[in-house]
Write a protein that binds this ligand. Structure first.
Ligand SMILES: [Zn+2]
Length: 148
């Protein structure tokens, strides 16, 4: 019989997230830790609040939908995740904290990361008193429908 050994990895996204939460002065409550673990332990991904809520249930944890929403909002404010508003009624949360853009497959509701180097931009010059903060790009695509 093999036993899974839990190893502390200070470089895991989860451990980094916990450090950021602690430094920000927000209490790392049990519920926040559970949500951070579920969010960050699967590597880079995009989840909706509903999918995260479903993951919480699957792990037999009891966290309300309101807490899931509030925590996602807090994690977004802390810069741990990025909210990608794909349409008026749908946001996905991205755990990839490297600079990147998104490709959104509208009819499948799926989102994929695009490295920034894959997109050529010609940005107008910015007045000296201002600075570029961020560029969000969502490339929206649809699968081709069968014409028969
Ligand atoms: Zn992403």
């Amino acid at each position: 019989m093999t036993t899974a050994i839990k190893v502390y990895n200070p470089f895991s996204l989860y451990e980094k997230a916990l450090k950021t939460i602690e430094k920000s002065g927000i209490r790392p409550t049990k519920q926040r830790r559970i949500l951070a673990k579920i969010l960050f332990d699967k590597g880079n991904r995009h989840v909706s609040a509903e999918e995260l809520f479903y993951d919480v249930k699957k792990e037999d944890r009891k966290i309300s939908m309101a807490t899931v929403y509030n925590t996602l909002k807090q994690f977004t404010t802390l810069g741990l995740i990025k909210e990608v508003v794909v349409d008026q009624n749908k946001s996905l949360y991205c755990t990839n904290n490297k600079s990147h853009y998104h490709l959104y497959i509208e009819d499948e509701g799926k989102i994929v990361d695009i490295p920034t180097k894959n997109v050529n931009l010609d940005i107008p010059s910015i007045p000296a008193c201002l600075q570029l903060h961020n560029i969000d790009i969502i490339v929206r695509i649809r699968t081709l429908k069968d014409k028969n």
